[in-house]
Design a protein around this ligand. Structure first.
Ligand SMILES: NC(=O)c1ccc[n+]([C@@H]2O[C@H](COP(=O)([O-])OP(=O)(O)OC[C@H]3O[C@@H](n4cnc5c(N)ncnc54)[C@H](OP(=O)(O)O)[C@@H]3O)[C@@H](O)[C@H]2O)c1
Length: 240
C-alpha cells in the first residue's frame, strides 16, 4: 500500500510508538490525525503539523464522542494503537476494579467499537488498512499483568477473525505485535527495550507491504517458539 495521500486515524498517537508511527507516516505524505488525552502532548503534536483530537477511549462515551468529532470524513487507515497497562498481583493486594475496567475498555472494547463505527466508510475506499496493535504478550501471557495480557489476546483473536471475514476485500487487516519498547508504558521496567522509532518502522513496513502481521523484534522468535511448542513459549513468558 502506498501511504502517500492516505487519510489516517491513529489512536494514542500523542506518545510512544504511536507518535513515532504518526511522524513516519506523515513523512511519507499521509494525512495523519492522532488522538490522545494529555492536552500538552496533543498541543505538541499540533505544533508538528498534525491534527490532534482529544479522546478518552476508556469508555463508550469517549469512543462515540471521537466518532462524532470525525463527522463523515474518509478514513483509509485506522490504527488502533492507544492502550494502557495495568499490573496486579492478587498475592500482594486486591486489584483496583475501576482501573481494570478502564484497561479492558481502552485495549479491547474501544478498538472493536471504533472498527464497528468506521469500517463501513473504509470499505468504500479504493484501498484501506485496519491495524490493531496487540503485543507479544498476546501470544503468551506474563504472570504480572493478567488483565493486560487478556485484552491483547482478545484483540489478537478478534483481528484474526476479522481478517478472515474481510479476505479478498479492499480492507487489509493487520496485527502489530511489539516487543518491549522504550516508552512511558515501560518506564519502570529495567530491561533491554527497542526504541519506539524502530518499532514504528517495522509496523509501517508491514502496512506498506500489505503483510498481515508485524512480529517486531523478539516477538518473531517468540512466535517461532510458540509455533513449535506453545507450552515452552508460555513457560518462558510467564516469568518475564
Ligand atoms: N511499550 C511497549 O513495550 C509495548 C509492548 C507491546 C505492545 N505495546 C502496545 O503498543 C501501544 C502503544 O504503547 P506505548 O508503549 O507507545 O504507550 P504510551 O507511550 O503509553 O502511549 C500510549 C498512547 O495511548 C494513549 N492512551 C492510553 N490510554 C488511553 C485511553 N484510555 N484513552 C485514550 N488514549 C489513551 C496515550 O495518550 P495519553 O497519554 O494522552 O492518554 C498515548 O498517546 C499500546 O497498545 C501498547 O499496549 C506496547
Amino acid at each position: 500500500m502506498d501511504i502517500a495521500g492516505k487519510a489516517v486515524l491513529l489512536t494514542g498517537g500523542s506518545a510512544g510508538i504511536g507518535r513515532e508511527l504518526a511522524r513516519q507516516m506523515k513523512a511519507k505524505g499521509a494525512q495523519v490525525a492522532v488522538t490522545g488525552r494529555n492536552r500538552d502532548r496533543l498541543a505538541e503534536m499540533r505544533d508538528e503539523g498534525f491534527e490532534a483530537i482529544e479522546a478518552d477511549l476508556s469508555n463508550a462515551h469517549g469512543v462515540d464522542a471521537l466518532v462524532a468529532d470525525l463527522g463523515d470524513r474518509n478514513i483509509d487507515i485506522l490504527v488502533n494503537n492507544a492502550g494502557q497497562g495495568v499490573d496486579h498481583d492478587f498475592r500482594q493486594a486486591q486489584p483496583d476494579a475501576d482501573a481494570t475496567d478502564a484497561c479492558i475498555y481502552a485495549n479491547l472494547d474501544a478498538p472493536i467499537r471504533l472498527i464497528t463505527a468506521l469500517l463501513p466508510r473504509m470499505e468504500d475506499r479504493p484501498e484501506a488498512a485496519l491495524v490493531n496493535v496487540t503485543s507479544g504478550l498476546a501470544i503468551a501471557p506474563r504472570a504480572g499483568s493478567p488483565v493486560y495480557c487478556a485484552t491483547k489476546a482478545g484483540l489478537r483473536s478478534y483481528t484474526m477473525a476479522l481478517r478472515a471475514q474481510l479476505a479478498g476485500s479492499n480492507v487489509h487487516v493487520i496485527e502489530a505485535l511489539p516487543p518491549v519498547v522504550e516508552t512511558q508504558m515501560t518506564a519502570d521496567r529495567n530491561m533491554k527495550k527497542m526504541p519506539a522509532s524502530e518499532c514504528a518502522r517495522h509496523i509501517l513496513a508491514t502496512i506498506e507491504g500489505n503483510r498481515p502481521q508485524a512480529n517486531v523484534g523478539m516477538v518473531k522468535l517468540l512466535n517461532l517458539v510458540h509455533s513449535i511448542s506453545p507450552a515452552l513459549a508460555r513457560r518462558i513468558m510467564m516469568g518475564f
